[in-house]
Design a protein around this ligand. Structure first.
Ligand code: T3D
Length: 258
């Protein structure tokens, strides 16, 4: 059984983390498979959005701790350098909208992988735990970068040090995630969000992601400059023409992602 399941539904790639008996925690094989499947999504022009979800009752419990302490497993530095850093870099660099559908507990690297996605939705029963401090580690997978930007420095440092379990509703209230859906309709609602994104102007959304990424280090003048460049690019796409024409003709747009 593969630890990462890939399915394509029209223009949407669905990536399932599939080690349910280990709460979808990452071992080396799963981390490397995740990287290859993300590469496939990036290089296949028919894919216009990605949804990541966990199989079973958890989203992801972070690093597989049995592997982490095994004498023949990869050393800790390698786990961060070769497993998690390349996953987070891909999630941010791939110019497609990526939805994390958090179907249960998201702990450690599992939480920070979800939070690196562009749109994070969760089922009511989900929770987020910066579990690292409980085992003497520091938050990795971009957590020290992402979490303070999402919820502010004070809340982030407290959650990262205390390792509190944050329920989905609270995560939504504090701006950590986009939306919570009821348990019963969670998968259907998550698919609706991701499918909608997969039918939108893909290049424009990709450039929006590029602009947001750049804003993390730019000052206002630099950001205005990049908006000018990227808007010029967006204005040359088929989907821009289609969007304006469909508006003027009072009809639904038929975006192609071109
Ligand atoms: O080398 C390095 O470690 C560097 C990399 C760091 C990145 C990280 O992600 S560090 C953080 C690692 N993750 C954790 O510390 C979380 C560990 N898990 C938990 O705290 C709890 O399992 C949860 C809060 C996530 C869920 O609790 P609960 O009560 O719902 O489930 P459970 O009973 O604890 O777990 C169910 C099974 O999954 C259990 O196995 P069993 O007893 O049924 O055979 C448990 O051992 C297994 N499991 C859960 N998390 C992990 C795991 N097995 C391996 N690794 C895990 N992370």
């Amino acid at each position: 059984m593969s630890s990462i399941i890939f399915e394509q539904v029209e223009n949407l790639a669905v990536i399932k983390l599939n080690r349910p008996d280990k709460l979808n925690s990452f071992n080396r094989e799963m981390a490397l498979s995740m990287q290859s499947v993300l590469d496939k999504c990036e290089s296949d022009a028919s894919i216009r959005a990605i949804l990541i979800v966990g199989e079973g009752r958890a989203f992801c419990a972070g690093q597989d701790l049995e592997e982490a302490i095994s004498s023949d497993g990869p050393e800790l530095r390698k786990i961060v350098e070769e497993h998690y850093n390349p996953i987070i870099s891909r999630l941010r660099k791939i110019e497609l909208p990526i939805v994390a559908a958090v179907n249960g507990v998201a702990a450690g690297a599992g939480a920070n992988i979800a939070l690196a996605c562009d749109v994070v939705v969760a089922t009511q029963a989900a929770s987020f735990i910066q579990a690292f401090s409980g085992i003497g580690l520091i938050p990795d997978s971009g957590g020290t970068f992402t979490l303070p930007r999402l919820i502010g420095w004070q809340k982030a440092s407290a959650l990262m040090m205390l390792g509190d379990k944050i329920k989905a509703d609270e995560a939504e209230r504090m701006g950590m995630i986009y939306k919570v859906f009821e348990n019963e309709s969670f998968m259907e609602e998550s698919m609706k969000v991701a499918t909608r994104l997969s039918k939108m102007p893909t290049l424009g959304l990709g450039l929006t992601k590029r602009a947001l990424n750049a804003s993390l280090t730019n000052n206002l003048e630099e950001q205005l400059e990049i908006e000018e460049q990227l808007q010029t690019m967006a204005g040359q796409t088929f989907d821009y023409e289609e969007g304006v024409n469909s508006f003027l003709e009072k009809r639904r747009p038929n975006f192609k992602g071109e």
